[in-house]
Design a protein around this ligand. Structure first.
Ligand SMILES: CCC/C=C/C=C/C(=O)SCCNC(=O)CCNC(=O)[C@H](O)C(C)(C)COP(=O)(O)OP(=O)(O)OC[C@H]1O[C@@H](n2cnc3c(N)ncnc32)[C@H](O)[C@@H]1OP(=O)(O)O
Length: 310
């Protein structure tokens, strides 16, 4: 009975299947000009998927001033790019990243400007907050971000990956919260996000107080990564496949899911439920819902549905 009513409603609502949607899809697959960066290489390897490579391979993708700035520019642009529905981040060359550029740090963070201690502290605080934004921007971006780690992922690298939604790695990957070894308390996300990612305060404490390396098998068993691939090539393919899967779903559903997942991680269950109720009082009115439900009734894959840009 209910199924019949739903079917009738869907047939009545079938005007949402306007042939114009085909045209929209053709427009959305026409990839526009991608921005050029000094430290990041952005490409569009699949429909609605962007690939962002950390691109200082000769310096082990160490994070210099340009990198910190460009991450914000890049992910703000991705957030606004209606042709992008999922993102893969990886590192060019031998490893994912060696973390903060130590040369750069010496000439920047370690030399705060200001006429006295208060002013120097104030300026340093502003700088640290700016560094934090370079990874928080990943979390603020409503498109799911997958990160594919090979080789070393050190210091700032762990801050970066914990701001991503899905983490894969290759067998040769290793992770190191190296900050204590260079005399600082990690301050751009690891201490806040890693405990929520792996859920064990004890294990996080081990890693952050001793800076010991965690290899890929342990990273998988503790939940830091959800898949391990034999090598970099299969890793990138696997990450792009997953990104394509995500990109084929309703962007209203996917982006709303990310925003609510991030909100609920940082709030209690009652607040999370209130938030999604308020969110969906608008978003349930999307035509994507009718289209997807109709496809499900007709036993079609969501991949057969054409969704408007978002
Ligand atoms: C407010 C601040 C917020 C952020 C805080 C972040 C903190 C951190 O990230 S702490 C972690 C800092 N990183 C390190 O301590 C790692 C240092 N690097 C290494 O241990 C090794 O380079 C590595 C294991 C990654 C690779 O070793 P490998 O033998 O394969 O290569 P290398 O010959 O050592 O390096 C090749 C060239 O890359 C340069 N390089 C490597 N890491 C860094 C770095 N972190 N900063 C600057 N440059 C780096 C290295 O000097 C070599 O350059 P060149 O001599 O010109 O060939």
């Amino acid at each position: 009975m209910l199924l019949c009513a739903l079917r009738t409603a869907l047939i009545q609502g079938s005007r949402v299947w306007h042939p114009g949607f085909r045209t929209l899809r053709a427009m959305s697959s026409a990839s526009g000009q991608l921005p050029n960066y000094e430290t990041l290489l952005v490409s569009r390897p699949r429909e609605n998927v962007l690939h962002v490579e950390l691109n200082r391979p000769n310096k082990m993708n160490a994070m210099n001033q340009a990198f910190w700035r460009e991450m914000v520019e890049c992910f703000n642009a991705i957030a606004a790019d209606t042709d992008c529905r999922a993102v893969v981040v990886s590192g060019a060359g031998k490893c994912f990243t060696a973390g903060i550029d130590l040369m750069d740090m010496a000439s920047n963070v370690l030399q705060p400007e200001g006429d006295d201690a208060a002013r120097m502290a104030w300026n340093l605080r502003r700088k640290i907050c700016a560094y934090q934004e370079s990874f928080t921007v990943i979390e603020k971006c409503p498109k799911p971000v997958l990160v594919a780690v090979h080789g070393a992922c050190i210091g700032g690298g762990v801050d970066l990956i914990t701001a991503c939604d899905i983490r894969f790695c290759s067998k040769d990957a290793w992770f190191q919260v190296k900050e204590v070894d260079i005399g600082l308390a990690a301050d751009v996300g690891t201490l806040q996000r890693l405990p929520k990612v792996i859920g064990s305060h004890s294990l996080v404490s081990e890693l952050v107080y001793t800076a010991r390396k965690m290899m890929s098998d342990e990273a998988q068993s503790c939940g830091l990564v959800s898949r391990v691939f034999p090598d970099k090539e299969t890793l990138i393919e696997g990450a792009l496949d997953m990104a394509s899967e995500i990109a084929s779903r309703s962007p209203v559903a996917v982006q709303g899911t990310k925003i609510n997942m991030v909100y609920s991680r940082d709030h209690g269950v009652p607040e999370g439920l209130q938030y999604i109720a308020t969110w969906n009082m608008s978003m349930l009115q999307t035509t994507d819902l009718m289209k997807s439900a109709q496809a499900a009734l007709e036993k079609k894959s969501p991949k057969d549905v054409v969704y408007s840009k978002l």
